[in-house]
Design a protein. Structure first.
Lengths: 228, 847
């Protein structure tokens, strides 16, 4: 199977006052196309930083990232944005919907960025699929947390991305709602054949993916396939 | 990957769509922004439209204002040379006009009027509107007079009643409703009475020293008036006559509204500047709230350019809408201005809505919005998509070059606007420079303030007082930003207020009981004793008993005035060369004057040098100083004088002030007339005294200052209203700006306050910390602004308005506490959510 994400000897440091803080040290791993992959670790282990770099939201100090066949180090910020628009979907812990746009508008923005002509039609179908067929015109502030995350799911899948990054997708939801959202996430993922990269504290959630990368202190401590 | 391919997908239509979607839901947050634009533009458009209309009306009606194509006038009987010029041009009409008392036998009343003795069928342009209508054509033939309609109304007179002018009683043929050359303030004080020229001499009103004006009217629409002016004006000037063409008179009328126009322009300039600051601060808050959204957009694939353009389009459209609303309000306001100013304008203003100020309003709204929003908007360019992952990297570093370009564009915009408003590059540059110097000084003050607190930090103070002081200099402090915003806002507001005071100072008429309120002029030497007796019989004490001698300057510092006129390099003001000076002689100074240079000479002996005293203004305009020689022509006799002293004269007092005062012992034998002043306590006694004076001394003119005060005060009140209104308009914009600026600091303080709350701080403590911090900033910012405005107002008074400046206490007593309270109130309202909601809820909300 081909690799959709290749990470090689990644290093990332931040300046903390006069000191240099190494957040990621010598990270290397690959993710196969269509696989489900999770990154776990305690707070401060560098999970979110790693996700940001993998998705092209940030750049490493050294090392290479190849996403969907593109070396991210060779792209400028706008080209990385275009790549994200075409190939990447996102789910965030705090949903990150645009508060001034309705549910439907939130879902279709990535499609509109691609210049898709049938954006509204796709958006309506997706919202129906996530169970929000009667909430098209609602603003995020008029939706519950679970509903907002479902809109975010619809947005993430709207462009049929090759890879989807989910950052603590249930972190802001109660257990029951969280479970529903995860179920929906895996269903949509299976249906679309998208590669799924999840960042989580939740080992139960991680165990539902095919591979788990464990981080501690910015280093990889294990990279194992699960029984799935 | 091709960089441009990104933009070809989601086209500009999508950018507009996104701008609309986002703006639709943010309209309430943009209210401050809109209010700033609307008020700024409304002020600019109304003032510009009014000025344009005023200019167009003056130009369009210049012939009607003059009543002829051109006029030759002289304050004395034209001499042979002038007469020959007049005869060669063949006048179509002529008149002599002079102030005089008129008596109304029907009710025994008397009133100061301007008599116009007219020969010919003046006016040739515009209408002499009378009631009955045909009175304008019949009064000459019937040998009667036309009287100003207001006077007839005031004294309950009508056509058929009579009026006594001098020794002649005339029948009143009709009322003058309007007449070219008779309007404005002058007519309110001395309304027009039009009589046939042939009766002037018979009235016996024209005596030695009488103030009179001969005017010859010419109709020649094809004449090249500029050429005529060029040829005739110097010749006539030499002979103490003057040529007025309808074009030159429209220029003069335009000039007489200069100071009002300048103030209104200044108000517009300040209102727009305040609007600009308002835009910058409200967009700053707005964009700050939008940065996470921008990060999300970038995260899902929008480019930097796209995210930037979405908000730029939004701001530009808001600017256009604000400009449009402002322009509509401005158009409405300009209909109100002439209504208010009608009484002191010499003509009816016809309001037309010129397209230029409206287009300018729209463009200004858009450009000012975009330019002043540019710096906050640049934040969208530099915000990282990482923000969505809660990774707070170092704050986005904005390119220095971009900042310089943005600042440069702002300076150029303000400068261009200044040039448009003031029509003068020098003024515009000075204003822009002034604003930026103020900006720099305020920045310096805040740096100094921070350093001083750090150095002398009162470590022994209690927790709340210490924390509030700490807030002023620790990281994320808002000291510089708020002192700049509050200081600049207060500076502009106070400058406008002080400037208003400079212009309105003239309206403070001294009307106290110990001042004369009745002035009797043109008293001939033989009438003097009898006039004094009449006053004393009426228990009116003679306050001043002055002799007036009229004269003109013949030579200044040894050079003949005729030669000075021809010298194109001379900087001596022309009026000095043509003016008929009314001088007096006395041995003491009066209350309204003080000697600023030289020595006051009381009296001289025969054969001694004639040491005169001149006013500061005359010294400046005639460019003469102590020891300089001036030769006067006193009705044919030349007299050499030497400037012995220069006096500062308070002309704002309606007193008998003189530019030239002689010592005793020189002019006693010169042809002269006399002036008496007295104080009459009430209107009835004043009326009765005036009636007696008019019947005994028909040629004597009585100025009833009480009446003049009333007329002038009424007119000035209207002007004040307009000035106050425009000032209020700008001040309102300033307040909105302050609200915007202080709200900008909202995010700096909420987090700290909520953390303190989490750690157990009581509401009272948080409230006190916040209140003290805003109190320090409010006091320092507004005080610095007001103090700086004292300097700017002094500069404006001296350089622009050429008027004295005495600062009022209002900005210190009203603005200072009011602005501090507004700052305090907004500051405290910022942390309202912290005090009312649980800490976690607030933290979640502000991220």
């Amino acid at each position: 199977m081909s690799k959709i994400l290749k990470i090689h000897e990644l290093e990332k440091t931040y300046n903390s006052g006069s000191k240099k803080l190494t957040v990621l040290h010598n990270i290397s791993f690959d993710v196969e196309q269509g696989a489900t992959f999770s990154i776990v670790g305690p707070s401060g282990s560098g999970k979110t930083t790693l996700l940001g770099i993998c998705a092209g939201l940030d750049q490493p100090d050294s090392g290479t990232i190849e996403l969907c066949g593109q070396n991210l180090g060779e792209l400028d910020e706008d080209q990385r944005a275009q790549l994200r628009n075409k190939e990447v979907g996102f789910i965030f812990q705090n949903f990150q919907l645009l508060p001034t746009l309705t549910a439907l508008e939130n879902v279709i923005v990535p499609l509109e960025l691609q210049g898709a002509k049938n954006a509204s039609k796709i958006g309506i179908e997706l919202l129906k699929k996530v169970g929000l067929g009667d909430r098209f015109d609602h603003y995020p502030s008029q939706l519950s947390g679970g509903e907002q995350q479902r809109v975010a799911l619809a947005r993430a899948f709207s462009t049929s991305p090759s890879i989807l990054f989910a950052d603590e997708p249930t972190g802001n939801l109660d257990e029951e709602t969280g479970e529903k959202v995860i179920k929906l996430l895996f269903e949509l993922n299976k249906e679309a054949g998208t590669t799924l990269v999840i960042i989580s504290h939740d080992l139960d959630l991680a165990n539902r993916t095919q591979q788990i990368l464990r981080l501690k202190g910015g280093k990889v401590i294990s990279n194992e396939k699960t029984a799935l | 990957m091709n960089r441009e391919s990104i933009y070809s997908k989601a086209g500009s239509l999508w950018l507009f769509k996104m701008a609309w979607r986002d703006g639709r839901a943010s309209i309430s947050r943009l209210l401050l922004f809109m209010a700033s634009i609307i008020l700024g533009i409304a002020a600019v458009v109304s003032i510009q439209l009014f000025s344009t209309n005023l200019k167009q009306n003056i130009q369009g009606q210049s012939k009607s204002l003059l009543g002829a194509d051109y006029i030759i006038d002289s304050r004395q009987q034209p001499n042979e040379k002038v007469k020959s010029i007049i005869d060669s041009l063949v006048p179509d009409a002529y008149e002599v006009n002079f102030p005089s008392m008129a008596a109304f036998p029907k009710n025994g009343a008397a009133k100061l009027v301007r008599v116009r003795g007219m020969e010919g069928s003046f006016p040739f342009y515009g209408d002499l509107e009378t009631t009955p209508e045909n009175a304008a054509n019949t009064y000459q033939q019937k040998g009667g007079v036309l009287v100003d309609a207001t006077v007839l109304l005031q004294y309950d007179l009508k056509a058929g009643d009579s009026i006594k002018l001098g020794v002649i009683t005339f029948p009143i043929i009709g009322a003058i409703n309007s007449m070219p050359g008779s309007s404005g303030i002058g007519t309110s004080v001395a309304p027009t009475v039009l009589i046939p020229y042939r009766f002037v001499e018979k009235t016996e009103l024209l005596q030695v020293g009488s103030r009179k004006e001969y005017q010859y009217f010419f109709v020649d629409p094809d004449k090249d008036l500029d050429e005529l002016e060029k040829v005739l004006d110097p010749i006539l000037d030499d002979e103490n006559a003057d040529l007025d063409t309808h074009t030159s008179s429209s220029r003069q009328i335009g000039r007489s509204y200069d100071n009002l126009g300048r103030f209104l322009n200044l108000a517009a300039f300040i209102a727009l500047l305040l609007g600009c600051i308002g835009i910058a601060s409200s967009v700053h808050i707005y964009i700050k709230e939008k940065l996470t959204d921008v990060a999300v957009l970038k995260c899902i694939g929008a480019s930097r350019k796209q995210s930037f353009l979405i908000y730029l389009i939004q701001i530009a459209i808001m600017g256009l809408i604000g400009g449009l609303v402002g322009a509509i309000i401005g158009i409405g306001l300009q209909y109100a201005l002439p209504e208010l100013l009608q009484e002191f304008l010499p003509f009816d203003i016809e309001i037309t809505t010129a397209p230029q100020p409206i287009i300018m309003g729209l463009l200004l709204g858009m450009f000012m919005s975009v330019l002043f929003a540019l710096l906050p908007l640049l934040g969208t360019w530099y915000v990282s998509p990482l923000e969505v992952l809660r990774i707070s990297e170092k704050p986005a570093v904005r390119s220095r070059k971009t900042k310089i370009v943005a600042f440069g564009a702002i300076i150029i915009f303000v400068l261009l606007f200044g040039i448009w408003i003031f029509g003068d590059l020098k003024f515009a540059a000075a204003f822009v420079m002034g604003v930026f110097v103020t900006f720099a000084i305020l920045a310096g003050i805040s740096v100094l303030f921070i350093k001083t607190i750090k150095r002398y930090f009162p470590a022994s103070w209690g927790f709340t007082a210490r924390t509030s002081l700490l807030n002023l200099f620790r990281p994320n402090n808002q000291t510089m930003v708020l002192i700049l915003a509050i200081g600049l806002g207060t500076f502009l507001i106070s400058t406008l207020y002080f400037t208003k005071d400079i212009l309105l100072a003239k309206t403070q008429l001294d009307n106290s009981a110990d001042q004369a309120n009745l002035i009797l002029v043109d008293i001939q030497p033989e009438q003097r004793e009898a006039a004094i007796n009449t006053l004393e019989e009426n228990n009116s004490e003679v306050l001043n008993n002055l002799s007036i001698v009229t004269m003109r300057m013949q030579k200044i510092k040894g050079i003949a005035t005729n030669d000075i006129r021809k010298d194109t390099t001379s900087t001596i003001r022309e009026w000095v060369l043509n003016h008929e000076f009314r001088t007096t002689f006395r041995d003491s100074l009066i209350a309204s004057e003080t000697v600023v240079e030289g020595e006051w000479i009381k009296e001289i002996e025969s054969g001694e040098d004639v040491m005169i005293s001149i006013s500061e203004g005359l010294a400046k305009d005639a460019q003469i100083g102590l020891g300089d020689k001036v030769v006067f022509n006193i009705q044919g006799v030349l007299m050499e004088t030497i400037v012995g002293s220069i006096r500062k004269v308070d002309w704002t007092r309606l007193q008998l002030n003189f530019m030239v005062v002689f010592p005793k012992g020189v002019l006693e034998q010169a042809p002269q007339f006399h002036v008496l002043t007295t104080y009459v306590p009430d209107t009835n006694k004043s009326a009765s005294l005036q009636q007696q004076l008019v019947s005994k001394f028909p040629n004597v003119t009585v100025f009833d200052l009480r009446q003049i005060y009333t007329v002038i005060e009424d007119i000035l009140q209207k002007i004040s209203w307009v000035i106050n209104f425009m000032a209020f308009f700008s001040i309102l914009t300033g307040l909105i700006v302050l609200i915007g600026s202080v709200r900008t600091s909202k995010y700096q303080r909420i987090k700290e306050s909520v953390l303190l709350r989490t750690l157990g701080a009581k509401s009272k403590q948080i409230l006190r910390i916040t209140a003290l911090e805003y109190l320090y900033l409010g006091i320092l910012g507004s005080l610095a602004g007001i103090l700086l405005s004292l300097i700017s107002s002094q500069l404006l008074a001296t350089l622009l308005f050429e008027e004295p400046f005495v600062p009022s206490g209002i900005p210190f007593m009203v603005f200072l506490p009011a602005i501090v309270l507004v700052v305090l109130a907004i500051g405290l309202s910022n942390i309202r959510s912290v005090l009312q909601s649980p800490p976690l809820a607030v933290l979640r909300k502000v991220g």
